[in-house]
Design a protein. Structure first.
Lengths: 130, 130
DNA sequence: ATAATAATGATTACGATTATCATTTTAATT
DNA sequence: AATTAAAATGATAATCGTAATCATTATTAT
């Protein structure tokens, strides 16, 4: 059910978001069980752990390599269409004896909603100053 | 002194590493003061906050845009020489109404030391199996 | 010298994640 | 079916990095 909810949501859920969704179907499930199974599912490659620059880990229904954009205001994460960068990253034991495993690219920005809120706040502020 | 230690170290220090270094000169400084001043220094652009994929934030003596490689075993972070990716990332309000601010690229790997340890462990294990 | 402002140290609070552990569930074996 | 072993679960506590609080001290301006 944890897997189903993640795949159904088509979003990049945090553990507690998954917890809330699954609890609608399994009201007694504990947060620990959610964490444990998120771990299992990502180890199995059925979902993908996203350790991006913010504090909470997210889980991606898509397991293929791709990149993300994160809103620095509200934390929302979405996919972003940027070409695969494998060719730019050193391979194998390329870089000063490091064995390269993977890479992550995260774009930071402000999402349309937060942008809109910022603009209306600005306008309100100007109005009150008239 | 916090700034000095970060610049002197030429590493990518965590808050508690900075704390330990600074405490050698100011034994009574508190961790809170370190955190507060790390915040101030990065707001001033004198150091750069690194919010990479691991749990602890790091602070970079270099403020120019560049990328990092992190060891998934020991957490060590070093600079990595990859060309600037600004041209790949959408600009301004480019992507579905998002206002783009920045981007981070983090390469993951195993550092030479951890590689070496893994190899000697492997060797030990094989020897015990003889 | 005095008052206002800011910074500090000490401590607590917080939020995400992990660990523990007794209990329950599942699977395997008789 | 009954019995046993193994695994998963819920409840809870522990951990760890960071942020917030607050009384005290230091700095600055008047």
């Amino acid at each position: 059910m944890i897997l189903e909810e993640i795949q159904k949501s088509h979003r990049h859920l945090t553990a507690s978001e998954v917890y809330d969704l699954v609890r609608e179907r399994l009201p007694n499930i504990s947060l620990g069980t959610v964490y444990r199974n998120l771990e299992v599912l990502s180890d199995l490659g059925l979902i993908r752990r996203l350790d991006l620059g913010d504090t909470k880990r997210r889980y991606d229904f898509t397991t293929e390599k791709h990149y993300h954009i994160r809103c620095v205001k509200c934390g929302r994460v979405e996919d972003i269409d940027i070409e695969n960068l494998d060719s730019l990253c050193p391979k194998g034991d390329g870089d000063r004896g490091w064995r390269i495993i993977d890479h992550n690219l995260e774009v930071l920005g402000i999402c349309p909603e937060c942008n809109h809120n910022a603009n209306s706040n600005k306008q309100n502020k100007e109005e009150t100053h008239v």
